[in-house]
Ligand binder design. Structure first.
Ligand code: TXA
Ligand code: MG
Length: 308
């Protein structure tokens, strides 16, 4: 057993906060059954108390104890995608108290696959409430260094760069099958697996942080620019721009990050790239609009939030 993981589990038991790697992004964890620990978590993140938080478990059996109704769809999705980058919203059991659900009658459950997360969750034994390990509204963290830039926590477990790079796909199963947040697991993949249609919800309720107007956002104003307009936009703004694009650097721009044309590789790189562009402290970040196709849904979702 990794000695840091043992210490992390002790910190969680004592009501402290531990940042840990998952395959999507880093999480900031607290004991999900302790009101005091979760209050500390919200304070560290600067997050409003009525926002629900996802509870993490080592396996589906533990996760489902926090739900009072487990539809067959939930069992099927769990069997297929857990451990992995999927969060299920189910009607809560008595274990999921108001301080993790934001007072809602449902709870978000996830079983991450990252080996360090798995080890921690097994060692701890209970549910770990964990939002993304960043200050509220900021970009999610995909490395331990990103977490330390943003937050002051008791311990950061370092598990390398997150493999998926964007937050988990969230599916609400409390009434029908509704996609609340796209991720590595796409709507199409869910539909193919379930052999039925998945509804999509434009989550604009403040109850869902991902649904807030400005979220997952750099501090520098960012805007999406179609490929054909990029050249003119750079020329118009002079060299005070940082650019995220598929094409080769244009020397007129102050700072340039070239992105892969493959969506999973793009996602893996996205938050680190936005942090670099933000760090360049230019007047604006120009982001080349990604393709319209379904494989880019999750990326378009994050970019549209980063640029609002
Ligand atoms: O990949 C992820 O999901 C990461 C890692 C750490 O697991 N976590 C994450 O947590 O992104 P957070 O708190 O940054 O985003 C969780 C989203 C929020 O938009 C929240 O509103 C939604 O999940 N959520 C949690 N519980 C919910 C519930 N009961 N009903 C509806 N939405 C819920
Ligand atoms: Mg977040």
């Amino acid at each position: 057993m990794n000695p840091d993981v043992r210490r992390a589990a002790q910190i969680l038991r004592a009501g402290g906060l531990v940042a840990f790697p998952t395959e999507t992004v880093y999480g900031l964890g607290a004991d999900a059954s302790s009101a005091a620990a979760v209050a500390r978590l919200y304070a560290a993140k600067g997050r409003p108390a009525d926002h629900p938080v996802i509870v993490h478990f080592a396996d589906a059996a533990h996760a489902f104890e926090w739900a009072r109704e487990i539809p067959t769809t939930a069992k099927a999705l769990a069997a297929r995608f857990w451990p992995g980058p999927l969060t299920l919203i189910l009607k809560r059991s008595a274990r999921a108290q108001d301080f993790v659900t934001g007072g809602q009658d449902s709870v978000g459950l996830r079983v991450p696959s990252h080996p360090v997360a798995q080890e921690l969750l097994r060692e701890f034994g209970g549910g770990v409430a964990a939002p993304s390990a960043n200050r509220f509204g900021n970009l999610s963290a995909t490395t331990a260094a990103h977490v330390r830039e943003d937050l002051n926590v008791d311990l950061v477990l370092d598990g390398g760069a997150s493999e998926v790079g964007i937050e988990s796909t969230i599916v609400d199963l409390t009434s029908g099958v509704v996609l609340l947040r796209p991720g590595r697991i796409s709507k199409m993949e869910l539909e193919e697996f379930l052999k039925s249609e998945v509804q999509e919800k434009e989550t604009n309720s403040p109850r869902h942080p991902g649904g807030l107007v400005r979220h997952y956002a750099p501090k520098t104003p960012a805007l999406l620019v179609p490929a054909h307009a990029l050249d003119a936009e750079i020329a118009r703004r002079g060299n005070a721009v940082a650019v995220l694009a598929f094409s080769r650097p244009d020397e007129r721009a102050e700072f340039w990050v070239r992105m892969p044309r493959e969506p999973q590789a793009y996602a893996r790189r996205l938050y680190a790239a936005l942090r670099e562009l933000d760090g360049a402290q230019c007047g604006a970040i120009l982001i080349e609009t990604p393709p319209e196709s379904a494989e880019w849904d999750a990326i378009r979702d994050r970019l549209s939030r980063a640029t609002r």
